[in-house]
Structure formats: structure tokens, C-alpha cells
Write a protein that binds this ligand. Sequence first.
Ligand code: FES
Ligand SMILES: [Fe+2]
Length: 364
Amino acid sequence: MRTADDWFVYNCWYAAAWTSEIEEGKPLARTYLEKPVVIYRGDDGRYVALDNRCCHRSAPLAMGRIEGNCLRCMYHGMKYDPSGQCVEIPGQARISPNHRVHSYPLVDRGGMLWIWMGQPEKADPDHIPHFEPLEDPYWCGLPKRCYLHYDANWMLIVDNLADFSHLAFVHTNTLGGSEDYAKESAQAVDKLANGFEFERWHRASGQPPYLQKITPWSEDTVVDRRNFVRMYTPGIFLMDTQFGPTGWDSMPEPPELLEFRNCQYMTPETRGTTHFFWEYLRNFRKGEDDVGETLREVMFEGFFEDKVIIEAQQKLLEQHGDFQPRGLASDTALAQFRRVWFEQIAAERETFPEPVDIIKNPVL
Ligand code: FES
Ligand SMILES: [Fe+2]
């Protein structure tokens, strides 16, 4: 049985929340890598992530009150500044440097808050896997940025995104369109030091159901679809999608294309549950909110199709530990991702985290 430290890399940036999820004056409680965290926005506009356990008796700070840039525990009133240091204890003048909670580095990039769960001195914002279309006005996003909670290990979601042959069977009526899509599953995968990438063409087919709902082209237009997928550790999925009239990539004059830019971020909440964030941007029918709403609905429908099968898979794997997977040719990408991930864990475990001391005065 793996422990948390066998599962997680701590020294890397994880998607934590869309800024649109942080309501004014209301701290958000969220668990990452099995650690309780509270996120709030201070009066100066900065986003702060602290350990969601008051250092006094472990009351959740998410039940606390935002005061200026600080957060006050609403059990016995300790007040913490954004660095996690306690700056006020009602009825007690002396505040020890030990009266503090951990403050996690947290950075906003294009509306996504990235959190660093490891050693703060190693957190370099230049290494955040920012997705430029999120803040490029050329691209039009959905009316609202999206979040789903999964009762499954995030690696099962990575598996799902690493093998597009599932589109044919799981998403026949939404994202896929026809079972022919699976026949091109075993295309070349480029292995990267931190993940993989692949390009996938589906030629001379009808527009898939999700595009049919918003396409500016006539319904019977025959298209070639190109997907360019990148997947990086810890759980970053980026995809460029282009639709054009069939044969478009060899036309002397590049025709008009319908394009999407998609990011999906998987952050482990625990070994068995996952935060899943996504945005789907387009280059056509921009500014038409009803088109964005239709796209959001059909994408949710598609992602729920994944969620149903992945959560069922998780349940069976938890209930029966004797499962021995048999590999397929289309598993190259997911196998590569797991190999890289477990190598990164092994390398990090040589120095971090250090073994924890036994607690000598437990509350319970
Ligand atoms: S538990 Fe927070 S002040 Fe006592
Ligand atoms: Fe899927």
C-alpha cells in the first residue's frame, strides 16, 4: 500500500483554484495532496494560502474572518498575517514565533491560482505552466471557468486523456462522433522529460456532435480534425484543436479554421479524489454568450461521461487489490507519464520531506 509520500511530488506548482471561485470576504477550504489549505483574498487584492488549521487547537481557519489582509480564527481569536505569523492573541501580549501556520506560495496566472506545496524557497513563479490563451484576447473563453470534483485518483484521469481512442466509445454522442475515431489510436507519442505530446488527425469525417451545435458552417461539411496534445507533470493537459475543410493542411492557401484551445488541470486532493479545472477557448463566434453556454453544457456532458466511467474504475480498483492490467499499444502515453511521475517522486524523496516527529502532546 502506498503512503501519501509515495504518491505525490511536493516541489512543483499545482492548479489550486480559479480566481472566480474565491468570493469576496469568504475563505475557501480546499485540500491538496492530503493537506488542508485555506485560500482567501486580502484587502490589498493579494491571494493568500495558509494551512487550514489554527496552530492553537486546529480549528479550521476557513471558518475564520478576513480582517484587512489577515485572517482571524473564530474559535479563540488568533489573527494571522499572510505570511502565516500570528499577529494578535486576544488576552495575551506575548506572541511566539512558533505561533504560526504554514503559508503556501500562491500565484495568479491568467485567472488560475497556482500553489506550491513543497519547500517555499524552491518556488519559482517562472516555472508555472501558464497557458497563454487564458489571457490572450484573441481567444474567447466560456462564460464561466469550470471545476469538477472527482472521486478518483488523478492518474486515472491522466490515463483517460492520454488515450483518445476512448472518444469513440465514451463520447460517441458528444465529443467523439464515430467509432472510427478509435482506429487511429496508436499514433506516435513523443516522450518528454516531464510528460509527453502527440498529434492526432481524424480525416474526412463529419463535424463531431459538440461542434455541430455551434458551427458557423453547414452541418454536412466534411472536415479534417487535428488535435495537438501536451501533458506535463503534475497534471497539466493542454490541447490545440483545429477543424478545417478536408485536406486543409495541404492547401496552397490556408483556409479559415475553427479552432479551440483547451486546458485541463488535475490536482490531487487525496489519493482517491481529484480537483479538475478546465477552460475551453475558441476563435469563432466570439462574444456570443449563448454559443459559450452551449459549448460549456456539451463539454460538461462529455466530461461527466468520463467521470462516470473513471469513478466506477476507481471503486473497483479500491475494492479489489488483485487487478493486473494488460497493456495495449495505445498505452504508450500513459505508461510514459507514470514512469516520469514515479521517477520524480523517487528523486524528491531523497531530500524531501524529512520524516515527521511523533507528536508528544496530541489534542485528541
Ligand atoms: S483554535 Fe484558533 S484560536 Fe483557538
Ligand atoms: Fe474523455
